[in-house]
Design a protein. Structure first.
Lengths: 302, 302, 302, 302, 302, 302
């Protein structure tokens, strides 16, 4: 069960509105790696967790924190959309560009009115939406909660890596002190969260519950071991042989990397079976497909 | 530019068809972590790669291999759908369940006809589709190619973890020797690919191009360092203090983990600005929203 | 900012697992009118609210409660998926249906294994997912937060009506005392929430902030008033004249309903303009579309 | 069965084209509350209606009217896209902005070419699309037809509220007399349709077929009545106690509102069961997950 | 503007309900090539048509007919869902399968309850939905209206081919005389519509408005003609040389087919440029990415 | 199994970057008829093909070629995004528009920064994405592989028609010699591919495997032949009688077109059955819906 405090975890308002920046920063709310993703991902992982209590508690702690991050960004977007120009040309204004040159101030407004997210005007009335920076809605396929904690912690590490990368890019794309201050808090939390998942991975592996390759509880003698440590070079040229993945002991310590320079198919040519003529696909020869329900029925009965 | 050989990378056909299993194994083709995902993800990462040639080549090698994995699974699904029952009750059959008991053999067919993916009959004519196990289509938001290789390699490691987990689950859900043999090859390749991404991460970090926290080229003095290594306990109870993430040197070696047991908000209550009355949102008091174009026009003109 | 308590708002576990029912009850988590919808809808409405504090606080209170409803249902699904049959036929079992008749107990398991949501096995490892009962993911277009509180409260009233209807249907579809007990709590909360939105609508209208037709701040003399209270009968037969909407004073008290039995078009036939020949659409006569960049360039330059 | 007349229900063409406005007004065609939504929602509700004939007829009448509203907007968009600039800089033109200042006229065209919906050029050849203002396609989850008419009429009231709000916002965002005239007709129809659904709700409740809480045919003694009229305050502060929903007789007349200032969980901590080791989730202790098909098979057989 | 008659274009009710068949036949309503697709596709093509009046009128005629096809199928689904089993086991029933053998009649109901579309119970109350046979919603990307009539008529021919194929498959999957009778009408209409689009293609080409290759108004001397009639053999083996596409005069009569047995790349290796360090992608060498806003600012200013 | 060569099939880099054009040309990668569609469509058709080897081989040849087309466009987008302006106003710049007039050069950059696809900056770091020109992701419902080759070849012909039309429109929208050169190669390939599918259709029909109407293996005496060649005029006015589809021998040679000027319904008014009261829909009269589990149980038991 959940509770709310009215204050934000952290916040400095933008000094100036910027509706185009508001469109872009929607990526951090509703994008594939936005705050809605980490919020819902950690909550579902926590709710689905069957492992030790410390993992479940930790997952729900951070998931609960992330709800507040959506809240911070929604508030920031409200400020960024303040005074958004709702028309490309306001009444009484001159030709916008000439007007700008002649001393008017609305040129930036014309561009903003044209390029801002129209749904910020029409749909949400200058509020944040549950969408990314191109207006595509957040959806449940963005999250993962598999029940296997190492698989999921790797996802979390990844999400925080993309998340921090995107927050940093938004930071670089702004000159507003308020925006930059708030983002510098969120970037710091992303630093923690990358460290947290690296630590959780170490903790989980130390606990003996899971290790590489995931899932480690699957007996490796059931897989085709001869192909389990080979790199297949599917292209002309061998630049790909120069990496750590092409030679030496494998990272799980259970094999030796091998570089297969000219890989050849091991399987046969496919020969998919001929389907039921009642589905009227194209068979290998015309006679095979004398279809139709009545015909078929006659054939199949007697 | 790409080329094709007609033989499959590896393949054993199923011994018996099983249309319900065909529905389920679609997850490995078109699911969030299916072969279409890794195929498209590695190809786009390769095409977008601006780093050293060995990474680009390696990405395109593995991406090209994965096209062949979709091919293997599509072939398997064609075999699994062979002789799929197209009706819940075929002509001339008795009551299906009683018939089964009385010596008939169609009871499993009745259940299969009811539960199989209808699109395997109606849409694809017993062929594989570009969808997951519930028929939801694969889509481009399943992949990531950010330009930052460490962020992306972490994604790849994660994808191969979920991918191997799902392939193992499908292996456990089958008794068919052909299916199990083919999957044991794919699981082995997933073992390699998890190792490959762990190796690529090490290789990339050793190269000095990137490290934790991602992106490492962002100067950490620009983030709010005091919050960069704190775990915030957003719940009653402190089980979450028991993990590696709550104490000791941080994983990036740049800080000390700190456990904040009773975290308090640092920010103010939000006070979003009042929006333009022409958008007809609900203001704080009735007088504020005397809207309407004519009114506004009068006001704004003079 | 948000906090979590480990206990659930309310909960009785199911007495028996039922994986098919687990598939169905996903509708109440991730369906169009599931708990994720009301949770995110109320939170976004609260964060976007510019009206009096009591509305904002109320919206965030109920939004915070709804997070806990997702939590309750996720927990219920974990119980319902306990012991889910992962194969259509377990090792050592006889022909499933005959086996059932002969004293075996697995017939229901065969049906369950065929019909349950495959992603509950393959993707989530017997945990809840952020999807509806057919596996379609929850998405951000399910919610609305327009900034106009009367429009939004009507949405909320509607969502709670569909939500209670669906919860009641799930209640009727179960015989499990635990499931029914938990649902009877959720249905009671839906009763409250329908009443709450009816009350909020009255409260808001009494405050003078908004009334019918929404948005009431738009001057009605700007709309074509002669069509604002007419019912147009677009079909043969006049059964539609028998309702309250066809006669009498309009509900907003500002007009008289009028029934237009044989409505006729008021506008002209459309005459869309001919598009740019460089887009190579089909024009009204062949000569018009002598396209191609070089031609165009020649024409437009000299 | 349906018929078509070539004239539009109502229409004034725009005086001037405006491709950016065309992008925005797509919201009224293919947005969540656009004309495609009400058209398909009313038609499906009519087709699914099992209630008295007057409701079915009325639903199909208004659904049929709404097809014509899509037609009107599609025609308007064709006019708005007339002469759309297909390049950011036409041949022979000077630097666009400088050109504008120097007497050229293309500055607005440069901005328009950059900001208009690219699919209006590339995909539809200057015609309307079945998408919203950010290009996201209309989809079937936007509509509801539940079989319960009160639930659905509340949805319809809501859709017409959002629809009129959005049409009004588009009206405010334009200075074009043709656009404003056509919208003032559509806004008037929305006024009628809000009134119509308010009337239909009253009519339906008067008929004794349905009332609050929906569905009223569910016996309320089956729900946990003690929680059916409580407002739970999930936050610090009690502003939410100031509304109509916190005290007095409930709106359905069946209870008394009660304000619960410090709500506490009524349920236990969740204890989800340990899943099947063959799914290779993370268990509470390492020994539990000795998985793998062969192991399992051995165990489960004997 | 549109009108409605209450009778259906054609209809025979099913003799017996069949909820699983109802799930499947949703494909013909809301699938990629269902009636919603052709309805919306023809209407949008008609509304966007700038060509001769006969095409526009014809498009709107058939689009209007198709609205009635959705109506017919929605009615059929209502009948097929009659008496749908809402529980897997009704009160008082014995173990379902054993019960069946012992003389009970509910075995088919158990299977149906497990396999039917849950949303037909929970969401639509036994009515049709705007989704396909796996519950995926119809969406606006299913349709095309490009402004080029030959391109679009080819789409229409294709849609009617898939549509008739799917209707035939549904016909073959049923034994119900009512279902088969109604489908035999719809299949006949599909026969007409395939013929109609073949005729429209001929008519359009005869009119001189468009021909192959589409768009024919683009001057072919602007394309690289040397590659415009070559078949590239991207695989080992030359079975693909045996078709009409590999030799002889091209179908547009403007070239000669040529079979390129060993195609080689004509382009260079890609060398994408190094991106802005402020985006923190991985560069070719570490020094290049000394990022961070303050650093950058210093560099770029002075 | 697949292989890669590092060179591109064909390529000339753009002479100048243009981030807005990069946004638009995404349509050719990830749009409904972009290269991802033809690539995946031909590969799945090839994998699912059960017809003669020459068709399967040909499908996989062209599918393999199309992978390389995605590669070419991804490379082009990387070049177009070079030096993309990451801020609307760079540090040290003056007011952007005034600055432009005063001799600055950044006006175009301001517009570009506002209008470019934000995900090209935030998500992909100046690389291509698997989305269309409005950022909507490519998805598996864009492709078709039905098993019936004539149905599918018609789809392929259509896809190449829309594809060439869109490539031509992009060609017309650019002045960059590199872009135009590369597109002129792709347009030539589209010319071939339209011809190829026209040839494949002829080849397939000549083979006797399939003809009109698709599927030709369905006996036409099972359809309602009296409606199989009628055009129904669903509107006032008879312009639609002027086309080839309204008179003469039908295109399949099996009937005579007939123009039905005043079509009337052949079916009855719908009378959908009353649903189960446990689903709490609205019945025709109040008494019918005395619902609720306990009531029902009582009724149904005794």
């Amino acid at each position: 069960m959940f509770y709310h405090k009215k204050q934000l975890q952290y916040f400095k308002p933008p000094e100036k509105p910027d509706a185009v920046y508001a469109k872009k920063i929607q990526e951090l709310i509703g994008g594939t790696f936005g705050e809605m993703t980490v919020m819902m991902q950690y909550l579902f992982q926590g709710w689905n967790c069957r492992g030790p209590a410390k993992y479940r508690d930790m997952l729900l702690d951070i998931g609960t924190e992330e709800i507040g991050h959506v809240e911070m960004l929604a508030t920031m977007i409200a400020h960024l959309l303040d005074n958004a120009p709702i028309k490309m040309q306001e009444d009484g204004a001159q030709d916008p560009i000439v007007g700008a040159v002649m001393g008017g101030t609305s040129a930036r407004d014309v561009i903003t009115a044209a390029a801002m997210n129209p749904q910020h005007l029409i749909v949400s009335g200058l509020g944040a939406t549950a969408s990314d920076s191109v207006g595509f809605p957040w959806n449940g396929r963005f999250i993962v909660a598999s029940g296997n904690l190492l698989a999921d912690f790797r996802s979390n590490l990844h999400a925080e890596s993309q998340g921090r990368l995107q927050a940093v890019r938004m930071y670089e794309m702004s000159d507003d002190p308020g925006v930059k201050d708030t983002l510098s808090f969120m970037i710091a939390r992303d630093t923690m969260h990358q460290n947290q998942w690296l630590a959780a991975i170490e903790d989980l592996q130390d606990s003996g519950l899971e290790t590489s390759p995931v899932p480690s509880s699957f007996p490796q003698d059931l897989e085709k071991g001869e192909f389990a440590y080979q790199f297949w070079n599917h292209s002309e040229g061998t630049e790909s042989s120069e990496g750590r993945w092409a030679k030496g002991t494998s990272m799980d310590g259970k094999g030796e990397f091998e570089y297969v320079e000219n890989p050849q198919p091991l399987g046969p040519e496919p020969t998919p079976p001929q389907p039921d003529p009642r589905l009227h696909g194209t068979p290998q020869n015309p006679a095979a497909n004398s279809g139709g329900d009545s015909t078929i029925r006659r054939t199949s009965i007697g």
